[in-house]
Design a protein around this ligand. Structure first.
Ligand SMILES: CC(C)(COP(=O)(O)OP(=O)(O)OC[C@H]1O[C@@H](n2cnc3c(N)ncnc32)[C@H](O)[C@@H]1OP(=O)(O)O)[C@@H](O)C(=O)NCCC(=O)NCCS
Length: 281
């Protein structure tokens, strides 16, 4: 993949995930929408970042005039992660996805690996055949009952000076620091820390998008802080059974429990106390 492929890869990715969201839509869920202009910009910006930091982990499949498939992965220290992966609906099931996954796994070079997997049968088939364990993920959705918010103390706004201990915590929990990803995340999100003991990035809708902590108590405090800033219809996702503390907080906040996809790992346990980010893991 090169920078010139970014707009084409974005178009393909929107078609792939709109199709897959439509097929996977459950009763009562809203009709999936194409990516907004802002979403397009964010996607290209994020993938450009991945391409700059670790270009050899980014691959596309192309025919004469369009990008047919993409697999964007990154190595950070001894961890490999897959940020996104897809093949256009009309081209699936012909082996293109296997070739893309083979290319990014060659780049992983035997590293331990982690990513958030969809339930698409082609995807789960590819991942298990590549040796990944698929751990079901839960998610909490709904509107936070603000009358149940506890008083949380000891938290502060995070800054770049926090990255050193955050990386050490990442290493303990997931085997590798986020490295440069922390700066990218801080540029785009609010960071709240329990200094030395845990952190959470919170997006502009008040959703926690990555949380790591040394213990469950700190993790719960950080999640409560995120829920306190949540707007209507919040979402806490990527919850594995090793992270039931998050289910307990979500239930106490009046959210509903649901199930969504898998956390795929190889060569490592599912991290805890930890809520992975869908694309930075
Ligand atoms: C996952 C994905 C990238 C795989 O690409 P692909 O080109 O279809 O992959 P391949 O053809 O190499 O392999 C897919 C395997 O699953 C099977 N498969 C593909 N689509 C399937 C379907 N809808 N139902 C059942 N099996 C399916 C294929 O037969 C193949 O198995 P085989 O190699 O044993 O014959 C593609 O299916 C996709 O884009 N899915 C939607 C988006 C998605 O979920 N992405 C993953 C996000 S984590």
């Amino acid at each position: 993949m090169c920078a010139g492929d970014l707009p084409g890869a974005e178009r393909s990715s929107d078609v792939v995930f709109l199709d897959s969201d439509r097929r996977g839509r459950r009763v009562g869920e809203p009709e999936p929408e194409p990516r907004s202009d802002e979403g397009v910009k964010r996607w290209i910006d994020r993938m450009r970042y991945f391409l700059e930091v670790d270009p050899d982990g980014c691959w596309v499949a192309a025919d004469e005039d369009r990008i047919v498939g993409f697999a964007i992965s990154q190595n950070r220290d001894r961890l490999w992660y897959l940020a996104t992966y897809g093949v256009l609906p009309g081209q699936q099931g012909k082996g293109i996805g296997k070739r893309l996954l083979d290319a990014v796994l060659a780049h992983a070079d035997g590293r331990q690996g982690m990513f958030s997997s969809s339930v698409h049968p082609g995807a789960t088939r590819r991942y298990r055949l590549a040796g990944f364990s698929l751990h079901p993920q839960m998610r909490m959705v709904g509107t936070v009952d603000r009358s149940r918010l506890p008083v949380v103390t000891g938290l502060a706004e995070g800054v770049a000076d926090d990255f050193d201990w955050m990386d050490r915590l990442d290493q303990e929990i997931r085997g590798a620091g986020h490295g440069a990803d922390h700066q990218y995340l801080l540029n785009n999100h609010r960071l709240v820390v329990s200094r030395g003991a845990g952190y959470v990035y919170i997006d502009d809708r008040g959703r926690p998008i990555l949380l790591a902590a040394a213990d469950r108590r700190t993790a719960a405090d950080l999640l409560w802080e995120a829920l306190a800033s949540a707007q209507a219809d919040t979402l806490v996702n990527c919850i594995t059974t090793a992270n039931e503390w998050a289910v307990d907080v979500g239930l106490a906040a009046g959210l509903d429990l649901g199930q969504e996809g898998y956390l795929a790992v190889r060569g490592m346990p599912t991290p805890a106390p930890y809520l992975a980010s869908g694309q930075f893991l």
